[in-house]
Design a protein around this ligand. Sequence first.
Ligand code: KIV
Ligand code: ZN
Length: 519
Amino acid sequence: MGGDAFKKIKIFDTTLRDGEQSPGASMNIDEKLNLARQLARLGVDVIEAGFPIASEGDFEAVSAIAQEIKGIEIAGLARANEKDIYRAYSAVKNAEKPVIHTFIATSDVHLKYKLKMTREELYERAVNMVKYAKSFIENIEFSAEDASRSDLDFLCKVIKGVIDAGATAVNIPDTVGYATPFEFFNFIKSIRERVEGIENIVLSVHCHNDLGLGTANSLSAILAGANQVECTINGIGERAGNAALEEIVMALEVRKDIYNAITSVNTQELYRSSQLLTHITGISVQPNKAIVGKNAFAHEAGIHQDGVLKEKTTYEIMTPERVGRQPDELVLGKHSGKHAFKEKLNSLGYLLNDEEIEKAFVKFKNLADKKKDIYDEDIDSLVSKSHHLEKYELKYVNVVCGDTVSPLAMVKLKVDGDLKQDSSCGNGPVDAAVNAIEKIVNSKAKVIGYEVKSIRGTTEAQGNVSITIEHNGASITGRSAHTDIVTASAKAYVNALNKLYVHNKNAANKTICEIEINA
Ligand code: KIV
Ligand code: ZN
């Protein structure tokens, strides 16, 4: 262990912005707020809550998070133009610690083909827009998009210019995940050595994972002098995603001897944050994913099991408890009372008011009548639902199926409060139910993904269903869980249709039409 005092690394979470740019990861405002509350419990330093100019929905979500989440910096993203910056300012202004995060690309390939600007014009724009942002609030982060493929001399000139203009943080993104760890170390080191005044501001990195190097590059940058990393829960994000927050935090924690650094993250909240995101988006993590994957702490080989039983540290570099995975999970059942239920909700991170607890408890009792053991995942699926009034509500689904009849589904749906019903056959009971719903809604969306998983591997388990639909280029995932998988599927489809409805409403309200979100 090094003798020096540990260096504090700021964790800038961008799950709600870059993460939400993952196909199928769009979240409604309730879901974003829920996740933001969990990020606050996790102890991140900055929450990038969204891109306020992108849509009315994004603006509302960033404003709501800024209003509610205290003690943490809340950032809104803006391209380097006055309209974006003013919109971002308007969304974050009520935060206790507001941040405007403005960006523009500095690489020649972006300048020539995308921005059609000269280096001089770019320099002027970056400096002027940081000054403009600074006229509203103190904390301004500037990102040089595609920094890792930019000319180093020019990049250093831009960084110096924006620092002089008042930037309090400068971010060096590896936007396309092209850098390699040794190269990125030298790159960050050179920037630190060359730019006067950089030691007085936050030096951030933002590494994408196209070559699977997002975490490695972020850690190299820390060794080279970066003191903030931008990352997402489960590593979600554009294309192959961003550096995974849980991996960076645990690498710093487990290898303090190498990094000499600390974060303010409560590592025991890592697993819960990962689970909550999976529940909200319906995007599961791969079983072998570091820290949060199902198998991350499972020892399969006999020789490993033998070693771990004799002495854990033979094959375990950290305990599952350290990242918040509970080996002795408290399982609820039909005899569990409200007190135990409330305790469980608290331990899972749900802070509900009395009315919400009451409603959730009724659902819990109904479920407990159908299945003996109620696990954490069951509780999550009961509680992490939207509290908004939805456009569509499934009232009833009844399917006739079997090996000698063609499947026929009858459904009743409430659409804006009016009861509608229809029936349809299909290629199996789930298809029939989806077709019957579609006959009522006429969304014209195409189902492009369907996944069903048993919450626990027994036949009485709830089926967790995710359905991804596609409409006008947007892909949206709906999810639901139920002991009956046809019902779970119908509900997941209705959930996707509700999200699509909100998405379309937001798209219609876009304040600019040619939004081009670059990584
Ligand atoms: O990847 C990137 O360059 C970004 C910037 C907007 C920070 O997401
Ligand atoms: Zn990015």
